[in-house]
Write a protein that binds this ligand. Structure first.
Ligand SMILES: Nc1ncnc2c1ncn2[C@@H]1O[C@H](COP(=O)(O)OP(=O)(O)O)[C@@H](O)[C@H]1O
Ligand SMILES: N[C@@H](CCC(=O)OP(=O)(O)O)C(=O)O
Length: 369
């Protein structure tokens, strides 16, 4: 068995994420039978000595039927109303289901602010560690009723990866309605499941699509991004079907395994690269991409071809290559309004006070491995 699968099978602390499509059905809401089967698998792993943090989607899906909504609404306010009703049903269902094993659950609702702001981050960390020390199972979801468009995590796959970092998990298990990552969108015809992903090269060129169930949000795109985030934090990931939860949580021989990166990013670089959102974009020419990504150099004004966004010095920006791919992220040293006069010019053409790097190498996280 691969080292990654072994690491998942042996992990002492795991984050398990389950998607809406694995727990709810559009017309009928929460599916108690599937929820119980998931809880059976988690309780067995806890019984075998592991600690588990459960990140569960499904609040919006569970709130539809009680509010007589036929399908997931599109507007934020109705989604938030559905989440408000559904989260209560979800928490109640987990309480009852884990109760069959005399396990107590604790609800943790988070917004991205809670991960980005240091004081909130530390508080959440303390709560998780105390819940686990007391033998409770933390059940996490995004705090949908207060999260506005800009502060929404966007999807619980990303939330799960950030929580895995926050609780220093040894493994992340993503459970969905699909039994792994396929080399093309399974809806588009013959495709093959990928067994193991060791780096970006293994997933380059495969077609990943959005959710098919109408209940999930991120589809495979967000699962791949979450796996990359966890890998950067040094955490191995297993992506499998929720119906395979029992196998995934014992021998970990099912689904797609994503290896953790060899070197774990420091907490600050992890935050910079993965936990925050960028406030703007700097477009780089090929020479600057090579300097920044391969040679780990600072970004100078000479290699920048364009600027988007209304950011200030100290904000986080994405660095984009000529093919429009985000190749790195970093803290910018100038306000957006200052840059147009500097870009494309080499240092000796600039006044002394504008010769500093646009993004210093110490404040830069290149992507791709
Ligand atoms: N390359 C791919 N491999 C596997 N699934 C894919 C791929 N591309 C798109 N998908 C779709 O992504 C869906 C899972 O995402 P989603 O519905 O958001 O799940 P969840 O609710 O578990 O977060 C699958 O049901 C599948 O239709
Ligand atoms: N917070 C939302 C879930 C958002 C979400 O990411 O859903 P999914 O893609 O099914 O994991 C809810 O509970 O409905």
């Amino acid at each position: 068995m691969s080292e990654t699968r072994q690491a998942v099978a042996n992990a002492r602390r795991l984050v398990v994420k389950v998607g809406s499509s694995a727990l709810t059905t559009a017309g009928d809401g929460l599916d108690g039978r599937r929820l119980d089967a998931l809880v059976d698998a988690i309780a067995a792993r806890i019984g075998a000595g592991s600690q588990i943090v459960l990140v569960s989607s499904g609040a919006i899906g569970a709130g539809l039927a009680p509010l007589s909504l036929a399908k997931r609404p599109r507007d934020l306010a109705s989604q938030q109303a559905a989440a408000s009703v559904g989260q209560l049903a979800l928490a109640h269902a987990y309480g009852e289901s884990f109760g069959r094993y005399s396990l107590t659950v604790g609800q943790v609702l988070l917004t991205s602010d809670d991960v980005v702001r240091r004081a909130h981050y530390r508080n959440a960390q303390r709560t998780f560690s105390r819940l686990l020390a007391l033998g409770a199972v933390p059940v996490v979801n995004e705090n949908d009723t207060v999260a506005t468009e800009e502060i929404k995590f966007g999807d619980n796959d990303r939330l799960a990866a950030l929580v895995a970092h926050l609780v220093a998990a040894d493994a992340l298990v993503l459970l969905s309605d699909v039994d792994g990552l396929y080399d093309g969108d399974p809806r588009s015809g013959a495709t093959r499941r990928i067994d193991e992903v060791t780096g970006d090269a293994d997933v380059d060129g495969i077609s990943v699509g959005m959710s098919s169930s109408g209940l999930g949000t991120g589809g495979m795109v967000s699962k791949l991004a979450a796996a990359r985030t966890a890998a950067a934090a040094g955490i191995p990931v297993l992506l499998a079907g929720a119906s395979q939860a029992a196998d995934a949580l014992t021998e970990a021989k099912v689904g797609t395994a994503f290896a953790a990166a060899d070197s774990r990013l420091s907490a600050r670089r992890f935050w910079l690269g993965y936990a925050t959102d960028a406030r703007g974009r700097l477009h780089l020419d090929d020479g600057a991409v090579t300097a920044v990504v391969r040679r780990r150099r600072s970004l100078l004004a000479a290699g920048i071809t364009g600027v988007d966004g209304d950011f200030e010095a100290g904000d986080v920006v994405d660095l984009v290559d000529p093919a429009q791919r985000v190749v790195a992220r970093g803290v910018v040293a100038y306000d957006a309004v200052e840059l147009p006069a500097l870009i494309g010019r080499s240092s000796h053409q600039l006044p002394a006070e504008q010769r500093r790097e646009v993004v210093h190498a110490d404040d830069l996280v290149p992507f791709g491995r």
